[in-house]
Design a protein around this ligand. Structure first.
Ligand code: VGL
Ligand code: ZN
Length: 195
């Protein structure tokens, strides 16, 4: 599957934060493995002068997704903590558009579009095609991709730059199937060509 990096393209790097990396509070198995391929995608988009977005889970200390507040997760990605920082090896350019989500105590938001300005920002830049990679395949990547599709973006899933939590065995595989069924196009680095 070949896919063009058109001038209407943008990269979205989802939640590559310390807490989602082995050693963090909510580690995604092999989560660190997405950093190297994502750096290559980042460089590809940067060279073409295309927008790069990085979403981040940005929870208050009393967020409803945390176990002690009735949720299912250990506390993670608390605003301004080490765990909420982007992985130190992720080479985000200075002008990266940072999107903080799930910032309110009583609202969960797995998607980078939910309760944020992301759609408006991309629309203003004339973006029609979004390339999505990062963490976690079965939560924030999935919800971001499904929202992008609903909003009418051509949505490209970067198969070589995603990892899932797999709370239940097979969750990531099922998430990939769901994204593809809904219209996402799964590609790898070598499928991209520059026009
Ligand atoms: C995520 C679980 C809880 C994610 C965020 O970024 O996929 N997963 N909060
Ligand atoms: Zn979270």
């Amino acid at each position: 599957m070949k896919i063009a990096l058109t001038k209407h393209s943008a990269l979205t790097v989802v939640d590559v934060q310390n807490d989602f990396i082995p050693g963090g509070a909510l580690p995604v198995p092999e989560g660190d493995k997405v950093v190297e391929p994502l750096n290559k995608y980042i460089e590809m988009f940067r060279r073409q002068g295309l927008p790069i977005v990085a979403t981040r889970d940005w929870h208050p200390p009393n967020h409803m997704s945390f176990k002690e507040y009735g949720g299912i997760w250990p506390p993670h990605c608390i605003q301004n903590s080490w765990g909420a920082e982007f992985h130190p090896d992720l080479h985000l350019p200075r002008d990266t558009i940072i999107i903080s989500k799930a910032t309110e105590p009583d609202k969960e938001a797995y998607s980078g579009f939910e309760g944020t300005d992301l759609h408006n920002i991309l629309k203003d830049k004339g973006v029609r095609r979004v390339f999505v990679g990062g963490l976690a395949t079965d939560y924030c990547v999935k919800n971001t991709v499904l929202d992008a599709l609903k909003l009418g973006y051509e949505t490209i899933l970067l198969m070589d730059a995603i990892k899932g939590v797999d709370v239940n065995e097979g969750d990531s595989e099922r998430a990939i199937t769901e994204m593809i069924t809904n219209g996402a196009i799964g590609i790898s680095m070598e499928d991209i060509f520059i026009v």
